[in-house]
Design a protein around this ligand. Structure first.
Ligand code: GDP
Ligand code: IMO
Ligand code: MG
Length: 433
């Protein structure tokens, strides 16, 4: 039976989505990215090769999978061209297996400048964005002055839309943020060049997607970022500018009724890159140990897009329960379980203490979240490596107990466990495990 499966990161991004999409895409005909942009960095490791995908869906490494950059994605054409050529140089086939929706919005030079300008203006309350122009591009989209690929592909429309847009944004760039105004002709020429090079990939993706649905194809929706970065439900304003949880339908053209299942993905601990509240953060030795251990296992707790060191800490069960509920995931995949093998005991946050009482609900305000004190439960560690294990039943008892505790907290079944960065290091749990 065919299936449309939505994979959503349940934390602050970097849960290992690239790896899980790569593993799953073997069974799916189509992989669609539906939100975010080149702020994403999805790592896939195959043998000794490591690929980091930013805009191209992580299904591209499977020769028979059609990959779609959906209408909800904001696309930097230069970055996309570089990504395509980097993949081709490494022998990956990128041709008619990649489609970019002509409804996707184009990230333009002023978006990146505004991203930088706004961040420096925020000073100590900066978000720590990736600098990829994501927020300003979505802002133009919502303000109905953005430019989509459909417009960029048409020289006359592109010139008039770009000129109107820059007439509006140039004074902001120069007067508010102190940048040189952009030269419309120069941007036009540069982006016309990108449009020509990308023309084999750009088209209306809807007929393809609906045809796949009509023909009972298996479709995988590849979420980017994580639910705690969701524009509505994350730690606002320290979030990204797209709907990480509910954006799948709006950003792909797949009707909500045709999404069969949601698979949530959580790390066995938490990480965050950028600023904003992180109640279970361990800025001292424990955080260091997490970063060192993953590095030794061939993974990374440094941003796949920006190279920034990721903040690390214990698993936040309050946040995980909040996002699992919102995502509707009944099944979850747990990644980097191997890293916790380095610890004698492991903590899980099961409540927040605030003003003398304990709550299990996730506060709306980032300022409140900054003040909560995590209430921890401590569990026994398994103190061994699990990277070679392929059967759930062979995991150490303490590791299974930890996963069962996660299941209780978020009321979802652990369906996959990732025990290392490589494609092969994944345990698919059987129905009777
Ligand atoms: P994504 O953005 O969700 O795709 O995640 P990233 O690629 O940004 O970050 C995940 C990092 O952890 C990458 O370096 C992966 O290679 C690595 N990784 C993924 N799953 C595992 C795992 O189960 N164990 C270990 N040790 N590393 C993993
Ligand atoms: P993947 O898909 C981790 C974070 C940034 C910043 C905030 C806003 O690899 O999981 P933005 O550039 O989107 O305006 O930045 O969101 N952020 C991510 N953190 N993983 C990501 O993507 C992220 N994409 C954005 O660090 O805190
Ligand atoms: Mg990432």
């Amino acid at each position: 039976m065919s299936e449309t499966l939505l994979l959503i990161g349940l934390q602050w991004g970097d849960e290992g989505k690239g790896k899980i999409i790569d593993v799953l895409s073997e069974r799916y005909d189509m992989v669609i990215r539906f939100q975010g942009g080149a702020n994403a960095g999805h790592t896939v490791q195959i043998g000794s090769e490591e690929f980091v995908l930013h805009l191209v869906p992580s299904g591209i490494l499977r020769p028979n999978t059609t990959c779609i950059v959906g209408n909800g994605v904001v696309v930097d054409p230069k970055g996309l061209l570089e990504e395509i050529s980097g993949l081709k140089q490494r022998g990956v086939h990128v041709g008619d297996n990649l489609v970019v929706s002509n409804r996707a919005h184009v990230v333009l030079p002023h978006h990146k400048l505004l991203d930088r300008g706004k961040e420096s203006a925020r000073g100590s309350s900066r978000i720590g964005t990736t600098g990829m122009g994501i927020g300003p591009c979505y802002a133009d989209k919502a303000a109905r002055c953005g430019i989509r690929f459909a417009e960029m592909m048409d020289p006359d429309q592109f010139r008039s839309r770009l000129s109107a847009l820059l007439e509006m944004q140039n004074p902001v760039l120069s007067k508010v943020y102190g940048f040189e105004p952009l030269d419309c002709d120069a941007v036009y020429e540069e982006y016309r060049g990108y449009a020509q090079q990308l023309s084999p990939f750009v088209r209306d993706s809807l007929p393809l997607v609906h045809n796949a649905l009509d023909n009972d194809k298996n479709i995988l929706l590849e979420g980017a970022q994580g639910s705690l970065l969701d524009l509505d439900f994350g730690t606002y304003p320290f979030v990204t500018s797209s709907s990480v949880i509910a954006g799948a339908s709006a950003g792909s053209g797949i009707p909500p009724t045709r999404i069969d299942r949601v698979l949530g993905l959580a790390k066995a601990y938490c990480s965050r890159v950028g600023t904003g509240p992180f109640p279970t953060e361990q800025s001292g030795q424990i955080g260091e140990r997490i970063r060192d251990t993953i590095q030794r296992a061939g993974g990374r707790e440094y941003g796949a897009t920006t190279g920034r060191q990721r903040r690390c800490g214990w698993l936040d069960g309050v946040a995980l329960r909040h996002t699992t509920r919102l995502s509707g995931a009944r099944s979850i995949a747990v990644s980097v379980l191997d890293v916790l093998g380095a610890f004698e005991t492991i903590k899980i946050c099961v409540g927040y203490r605030l003003d003398g009482s304990v709550t299990k609900s996730f506060p709306a305000s980032a300022a409140v979240l900054e003040q909560v004190e995590p209430v921890y439960e401590e569990m026994e560690g398994w103190r061994c490596e699990v990277g070679e294990i392929t059967d759930f039943a062979d995991l150490p008892r303490a590791a299974r107990d930890y996963l069962r505790r996660l299941e209780e907290i978020c009321a979802a079944r652990v369906e996959f466990v990732s025990v290392g960065p490589h494609r092969t290091q994944v345990i698919e749990r059987k129905a009777n495990d």
